[in-house]
Design a protein around this ligand. Structure first.
Ligand SMILES: Cc1ncc(COP(=O)(O)O)c(C=O)c1O
Length: 404
């Protein structure tokens, strides 16, 4: 039998042989603009969710020491026991109640914690309800698992966002497996009230569905009492760690470790073996030397967290006061996370507008279209950067908007 080599390697044939979900999933709207502008001369990159500080030496030294000690072998699927204990101690310190190491599982990033959640609780034909605009990476892992994300847009009126709980609960059907709530929110900087958290908990308990909380920005809070260390309202305040409650978190943001790809999942102890299996069959675990660095970050990194939060607080003030001077710009002052989500009157196509901004003033923002229903004519700006860089960005952006 003669084989036509050109036909064998034909890209269209290869793509045609892929399974639907993987083939059809669109590119991330953030990565699209990132790729469009990443090599531009003088670009100020505020499109992705990270600061401009490289991981400090005291953290990566712990990884180096671990490598030098030969920690290069397969490791615990649930995570190093020492790191799981460090997580329990960290949470006990922050939330002033006891936590058990057995409820913590190390994952290859917050992203992968979310993927594990979806794999564990939902499958083909199921639905997960998500308030939107939301982090771009919720719907994709759901669709990849055959799960339908049901996005419920928050309302933006008179300069503030609000979640209509009736609308949220009406979106729950017999196929719904979970409500997935992110607070403080990426991209909105909005913080869910304690009352809303309680109402969601009670509703989920009553319906027997999962509460999935994503609180990766819990340390970045500027609301009442935050100057004295108060945290935003949290599902951890009101949920039992061993109920139908899953919490996604990450080392990425607090400790300037986005490139390390280590996160954690907090889950009922009853799920221990299931999560261990999912880790085994997805990644077979997170490198031990990286976990050693995470232990050091959590144990010795409070000053670093404080420094990062303070930088973001200053950054928030810089961008909010600058954009208040620009015509037709609307936003709610963020109470948490490190994003400003704003619209500009008359701008409909935020994807085209963010590309134009890159071309004309080398300022890199993420288009609101990337964040699902409700975000279309908004743009997201990450202000976790040095004051000097933000002043420079605002010095380009505000006069440009004024001249449009
Ligand atoms: C809301 C939210 N959850 C989870 C993550 C996951 O972070 P990572 O995959 O870097 O751990 C991010 C990252 O931007 C996020 O914004």
């Amino acid at each position: 039998m003669s084989i036509d080599r050109d036909a064998l390697v034909d890209p269209e044939r290869i793509l045609g042989a892929l399974k639907g979900f993987a083939k059809d999933e669109p590119e991330s709207g953030i990565i699209q603009v990132f790729n469009y502008g990443r090599d531009r001369e003088g670009i100020i990159p505020m499109w992705v969710g990270q600061g401009d500080l490289p991981t400090p030496k005291f953290i990566y030294d712990a990884a180096v020491r671990s490598l030098e000690a030969g920690e290069t072998f397969y490791t615990y699927q649930r995570g190093l026991p020492e790191l799981r204990q460090t997580l329990a101690d960290y949470h006990a310190r922050l939330y002033r109640k006891p936590f058990d190491a057995e409820n913590f599982f190390i994952t290859g990033s917050g992203m992968q914690a979310m993927q594990t959640v979806v794999q564990a609780i939902a499958g083909e034909g199921d639905e997960i309800v998500v308030p939107s605009p939301a982090w771009t990476n919720y719907p994709a892992p759901m669709r990849l698992a055959g799960v339908k994300p049901v996005e419920v847009p928050l309302d933006f009126a008179n300069g503030s966002w609000s979640l209509d709980l009736d609308k949220l609960f009406d979106a729950v059907t017999p196929r719904t497996r979970a409500i997935c709530a992110n607070t403080p929110s990426n991209p909105l900087g909005w913080v869910m009230s304690a009352d809303d958290i309680l109402a969601i908990r009670d509703f989920c308990r009553q319906r027997g569905i999962w509460i999935v909380a994503d609180e990766v920005y819990a340390r970045f809070y500027y609301g009442p009492g935050s100057e004295n260390g108060a945290l935003p309202p949290s599902f951890l305040d009101v949920c039992e760690t061993d109920e139908q409650f899953l919490l996604v978190n990450t080392f990425s943001k607090n400790w300037a470790m986005t490139g390390w790809r280590v996160g954690w999942l907090q889950a009922p102890k009853a799920m221990g073996q299931v999560i261990e299996n999912l880790v085994q069959y997805n990644t077979s675990g997170t490198a031990a030397f990286m976990q050693r660095a995470c232990i050091t970050a959590m144990q010795d990194g409070e000053a670093l967290v404080a420094q990062q939060v303070e930088q973001s607080r200053i950054g928030r003030d810089i961008v909010c006061s600058a954009l208040r001077q620009a015509p037709g710009v609307r936003f709610q002052e963020p109470e948490g996370a490190f994003y400003l989500f704003f619209s500009i009157d008359g701008v409909q196509d935020s994807a085209a507008f963010t590309r134009r901004m890159i071309d004309e003033i080398a300022v890199g923002l993420a288009p609101g279209t990337a964040f699902g229903p409700g975000g279309d004519n908004f743009m997201r700006l990450c202000y976790a950067r040095s004051a000097a860089s933000l002043e420079e960005a605002m010095g380009r952006l505000v006069p440009w908007l004024n001249a449009l």
